[in-house]
Design a protein around this ligand. Structure first.
Ligand code: SAM
Length: 241
């Protein structure tokens, strides 16, 4: 289905996707999307989507919508919700949705900050109700506090066995004084040991951390990862976080 035409470009159906993870970005058009991922990341996602076969997905951080279009083309989910703080809708994604009649299943929301817990909850409640999520991807700010807020609010909505992916945890491009996302990774590892019903697995590669949801019931209104590891682990966390 994905057909590579060069080291950094591929086509699916009649659309070309150009990989621009760091430089050389351009405004997407309906027949040529600018995707902020490298080739290995596209291949990683294609593999993940074919294994997990997610029916319900949320992407936080859509940019021009290339990754939304890619997810739709590869996984054909029942519902794919995208959230971004950018104010102007992506015309390329809008035309993609329009041309394929995907209004009910591909749902971008703009002008929404990932730290706006109330708005996130409203959107997810309206779009999914009680239906649990299979996959969440956070590719938005990559800032520690904002990523934490989104995680605490959205993670409880995953089904047991569902996956929460945080991209760009090494944060090479963030301002020097920003606290690194490695703090959150560390907390996730502590929770995985102390509360496997909450976090059943944490897997890290050079750019992504993938968290597998355990089977404990969680309430999105009150969930706080920092309360999900025990007192000894908290002593370690307080020393480092
Ligand atoms: C790395 S780009 C997303 C790339 C896209 N997923 C792809 O693979 O092509 C990050 C996006 O996150 C959005 N973003 C940054 N901070 C955000 C925040 N606090 N809340 C919501 N969206 C945010 C930006 O507007 C931008 O569109």
């Amino acid at each position: 289905m994905i057909s590579w035409t060069s080291d950094d470009s591929f086509t699916i159906s009649d659309i070309e996707y150009v990989c621009r993870p760091t430089t050389g970005r351009f405004p997407s058009t309906p027949d040529q999307f600018c995707l902020l991922k490298a080739r290995w990341q596209v291949e990683w996602y294609a593999q993940l989507l074919s294994e997990l076969v997610p029916r319900t997905l949320v992407e936080v951080g859509m940019y021009d919508g290339a990754s939304m279009a890619l997810c739709e083309e590869v996984a054909h989910p029942h519902k794919l919700v995208g959230i971004d703080r950018r104010e102007s809708p992506s015309t390329a994604l809008n035309e993609f949705i329009e041309g394929r009649g995907l209004h009910a299943s591909v749902r971008p929301f703009y002008d929404v900050d990932q730290t706006d817990a109330g708005r996130l909850d409203e959107i997810l409640e309206t779009e999914f109700g009680d239906h649990p999520l299979d996959l969440v991807v956070d590719d938005a700010s990559h800032l520690l506090d904002a990523t934490r807020v989104t995680f605490n609010n959205v993670y409880p909505r995953l089904r047991p066995g569902g996956l929460y992916v945080i991209e760009d945890w090494p944060m090479h491009r963030l301002p020097e004084k920003s606290p690194p996302l490695t703090y959150l990774l560390f907390e996730l590892i502590l929770a995985c040991s102390d509360a496997p019903g909450v976090v059943s697995d944490v897997s890290v590669n050079r750019n992504y951390v993938s968290i597998t949801r355990g089977s404990t019931d969680l309430d999105a209104r009150t969930f706080d990862l920092s309360q999900r590891y025990g007192p000894r682990a908290r002593l370690i966390a307080q020393k480092f976080l």
